[in-house]
Design a protein around this ligand. Structure first.
Ligand code: NAD
Length: 441
């Protein structure tokens, strides 16, 4: 089979590379010439564990190529995936201009039957718009070429994207014709070896599934953050509560960790877009509105603890921050809670010295030289007034606390992810703040 993947970001690059890995002939297309030139030289635009090696190997085997030329690339392809961004517009709705631009370009260039698949996260009804955009272009060309549209939302997690793609919990595909179903079945057959289900459904249901999944996950996070905040007020320990409820199989122990709010390119925008879709169609998503409100509030929780500890006097103080990306194992800084915390600290006249294993370059695009960047986690601590644990990278889990206490000016840790043990920290002589914990010592 031959496929084209349009949009070579986090999703498109992983999708294209994983299809190449199972022997499919893949062209990854992007409008960003520099990105494509770099990829041709084995330089990746993003950090994703294991991806670089896979890209280089599949490119060498000539199963994976990169191009800015959509026209030539889709000719002879069985499937064209649309994997471009769908950022939130001014009003919170998903901005479809990139998706529809690609649809038009496909319509302008296709020569044979092709299945056009939206992999981008798009609201219900988008496949219809994609179909209309292609039809208009075919009509303008005066040609009649059969095609199908399908919806194949992506559920990969940044940081674990390759595994998620190669061994998915499930693959969801929305189709409206038997022909498209057959093409998509053939394409995904290599990924079904371990019994992972390939679930076919109608297109609107597939489009909705992605939003419902992200909205549910965001809800779990905000719910636990709300519980954590109440635990603090009531003298309960959210770590205990989490274990207590997580052992109920109906609840489960995944995704119930409190923290400093969800970020990233997906949850914030998808929650907003679903609220907006509902509103436009006369329905009020009351739960999700609260999920969003709780999340906004949660991004300030760590800062509020810092501000209280220092009695509001942060001017001239230096704060060491461990972790900048919105979650570990990625360099993605989109909607990262670290940005909110840093902005608040800087506004109070504090200085910030941060270290992140991979996201500092990406962070510097937004933060520039408003903060200092450490060469490792320990360097950030030198004469700092406190340590803020913001992203739970594995290497921050068990640092040398003797060194930490020697380097810090004041032995205070604000742990936004509850990765340290409060009693242990107390024993080691730190003043330790977590999220939703019983003792704020
Ligand atoms: P991204 O910003 O990393 O990549 C998008 C790419 O599309 C960019 O390289 C951009 O240059 C390119 N592009 C834009 N317009 C183009 C055009 N007309 N032709 C060719 N290329 C074009 O975005 P992403 O994080 O990969 O997300 C893509 C979509 O997948 C979004 O809808 C997102 O919601 C969804 N999604 C993302 C994730 C994730 O973890 N990042 C997971 C699941 C779904």
């Amino acid at each position: 089979m031959r496929i084209a993947v349009v949009g070579t970001g986090y999703v498109g690059l992983v999708t294209g590379t994983c299809f190449a890995e199972v022997g499919i002939d893949v062209t990854c297309i992007d409008i960003d010439q520099k990105k494509i030139e770099n990829l041709k030289n084995g330089i990746l635009p993003i950090y994703e564990p294991g991806l670089e090696e896979m890209v280089v190997r599949n490119a060498q085997k000539e199963r994976l190529s990169f191009s800015t030329d959509l026209g030539t690339s889709i000719q002879g392809s069985d499937v064209a995936f649309i994997a471009v961004g769908t950022p939130p517009g001014e009003d919170g709705s998903a901005d479809l201009k990139y998706v529809l631009a690609v649809a038009r370009a496909i319509g302008q260039n296709m020569t044979d039957y092709i299945v056009v698949v939206t992999k981008s996260t798009v609201p219900v009804g988008t496949a219809k718009k994609v179909r209309e955009a292609i039809e208009q272009e075919l009509e303008a060309r005066g040609v009649n070429i059969a095609f199908d549209v399908a919806s194949n939302p992506e559920f990969l997690k940044e940081g674990a994207a390759i595994d998620d793609f190669l061994k998915p919990d499930r693959i969801v595909v929305g189709v409206s014709s038997k022909r498209a179903e057959e093409v998509m079945s053939k394409l995904y057959k290599p990924f079904l070896m371990n019994g992972h289900p390939l679930i076919f459904m109608d297109i609107p249901s597939a489009e909705m599934t992605k939003y419902a999944a992200n909205a549910m996950l965001a809800t779990k996070i905000s719910f636990m953050n709300d519980i954590a905040n109440l635990c603090e007020i009531m003298g309960a320990d959210v770590n205990m509560v989490r274990k207590g409820i997580g052992s109920d199989a109906r609840i489960g122990n995944k995704f119930i960790y409190p923290g400093i709010g969800y970020g990233g390119s997906c949850f914030p925008k998808d929650v907003k877009a679903l609220i907006k879709t509902a509103h436009e169609n006369g329905y009020d998503m009351r739960v999700l509105k609260s999920v969003e409100e709780v999340n906004e509030n949660q991004k300030s929780v760590l800062f509020n603890k810092i501000n209280n500890h220092f009695n509001g006097d942060l001017a001239g103080k230096t704060f060491a921050i461990w972790g900048l990306s919105f979650k570990p194992k990625t360099d993605d800084m989109r909607e990262a809670p670290s940005l909110v915390i840093i902005e608040k600290l800087l506004a109070k006249g504090a200085k910030v010295r941060a270290y992140d294993p991979v996201a500092m370059k990406e962070a510097s695009h937004t933060l520039g030289d408003t903060i200092e960047y450490g060469k490792d986690e320990y360097e950030t601590l030198i004469d700092a007034d406190a340590l803020l644990l913001v992203t739970e990278w594995p290497e921050f889990r068990s640092p040398n606390f003797t060194v930490v206490s020697k380097l810090l000016k004041e032995k205070v840790i604000f742990d936004g992810r509850n990765i340290y043990d409060a009693a242990d920290m107390q024993d080691k002589g730190f003043t330790y703040y977590g999220i939703g914990l019983k003792q704020q010592v």
